[in-house]
Design a protein around this ligand. Structure first.
Ligand code: ZN
Length: 435
């Protein structure tokens, strides 16, 4: 019987396919290499049977831009999604041999890979041999590899073509042993036809029946994480500053206190019926964001490392308040979506008028030229602030609640103020102080 089970971690479901009898293949993926979020699959082990074995290649060649065989069983993980020296990868197809050094009752095989794009997914067949000297001929007999027993065929691409991320693949017998072997052989295939389709393997585990006291790698051993919480653990945060170790003090002393104070504050400033705010928030410093200073996606806020460094004394912390507002907004999609200028206007309103009014960052000066209420960001923030002071102190709350429930409508402006948003826009513009 074939048992195939798919696990979804984070945002997608990856697929694997079993081959041999009674083999269960499970695949978990996440975007950020979080070893504690593998949907029940264990993190890489440090003291498994593979850690006592020796890897070599029977056929194929290692890409020397990557790490040596040792990275496969050193119980250490890459600290980021593109970390060639901490991964083993091939040029072309290859046959990777693992000498377990003794006959081993194998109960589980696990393979881990991590890459932002086409080198993340895993495509391999694993074979076992109980011979003292394994067959190195790679001869095929009746479509099978001579001298080897096929244990499993893994292909995580089944549903998601070349999606990047952190992949954990677990092969086991669903309670039964996979077999008794001295050697394992991995026939590793590229994930596609491109030049860079060779999987970044970070670790290969082999668990034997004797391995009852496994020690697992934890995320914070390889990554620089700062965890803290607010309101008696109601809200939990982690700042991942692996990419920016020099920002440790800033993360802990400047950013964290603002997050602790302002995330709960934003939640209560932007209420709506039945709203359940996200309670686990990740803030990650990244080096691959190009010209984007920061963004929020779901419960994750990504900060552009070089930009943050250049803005430490100016915009760095405020930009996180803006992004936290997006996390709290969690506006749904649908026909009655709030327009983008309003979504950004609210995020800049909370930032410039509530968090840091003293900086007067959203005041409108001559250099703005002709402004419109829907110019987004600071300009819209200024407009919102004026509407609130002039007409309805709860206007932002009302707009937010409607947007979150997918019921945004321009009528809301009229109901709250007696004027259309266009009329308000004109009035606001005329009321702007002489710039
Ligand atoms: Zn924004």
């Amino acid at each position: 019987m074939k048992i195939i089970q798919f696990l979804c971690a984070g945002i997608l479901l990856a697929a694997g396919m079993g081959r041999a009898e009674d083999v269960r293949i499970r695949v978990a993926r996440n975007r950020d290499g979080n070893l504690e979020q593998l949907r029940g699959l264990p993190a890489p082990a440090k003291n498994d049977a593979a850690s006592r074995g020796v890897f070599s290649l029977i056929k194929g060649s290692r890409d020397e831009n990557g790490g040596d065989f040792a990275v496969l069983n050193d119980g250490k993980m890459p600290s980021k999604e593109d970390d060639p020296r901490r991964n083993f990868f091939l040029r072309g197809e290859g046959y990777l041999l693992l000498d377990l050094k003794e006959m081993t009752d194998v109960t589980r095989i696990a393979t881990f890979s991590w890459h932002p794009a086409e080198r993340a997914q895993q495509v391999y067949t694993v074979y076992g041999s109980d011979q003292e000297t394994p067959d190195r001929s790679l001869a095929e007999k009746d479509g099978a590899l001579a001298g080897w027993k096929t244990i499993a065929q893994v292909d995580t691409r089944k549903q998601e073509q070349n999606r990047g991320g952190f992949y954990a693949v677990s092969v086991d017998g669903d309670g039964k042993p996979l077999g008794r072997y001295r050697y394992l052989l991995f026939k590793i295939s590229p994930t596609g036809n491109g030049l860079f389709n060779h999987t970044f393997y970070s670790e290969i585990d082999v668990v034997s029946a004797k391995d009852t006291q496994l020690a697992f790698v934890r995320s914070d051993e390889t990554r620089k994480l700062y965890r803290f919480s607010a309101e008696n653990n109601t809200y939990r945060f982690v700042i991942d500053y692996t990419a920016a170790p020099e920002l440790e003090a800033w993360s802990k002393q400047k950013l964290a206190p603002v997050v602790i104070e302002w995330y709960p504050k934003l939640v209560s400033l932007l209420p709506s019926e039945g709203f359940r705010p996200l309670r686990d928030i990740r803030i990650r410093l990244k080096d691959d964001m190009g010209g984007t200073p920061a963004y929020a996606a779901g419960n994750e806020i990504c900060l552009n490392h070089p930009w943050i460094v250049s803005e430490l004394r100016r915009e760095a912390v405020g930009s996180v308040v803006h992004e936290m507002t997006h996390v709290v907004q969690s506006y749904g999609r649908g026909p009655k979506r709030a327009p983008g200028w309003l979504v950004e206007g609210i995020a800049d309103y909370t930032r410039w008028f509530l968090y840091e009014p003293q900086t007067r960052g959203a005041r409108i000066t001559k250099r703005h030229g002709n402004v419109r209420y829907n110019n987004s960001y600071r300009v819209t923030a200024n407009f919102l602030d004026w509407c609130q002071r002039t007409y309805d102190k709860d206007l932002v709350k009302k707009l937010n609640a409607a947007a979150r429930m997918g019921q945004y409508d321009e009528e809301i402006w009229k109901q709250a103020t007696g004027k259309t948003v266009q009329e308000l826009g004109e009035e606001w513009k005329n009321a702007l102080p002489d710039r």
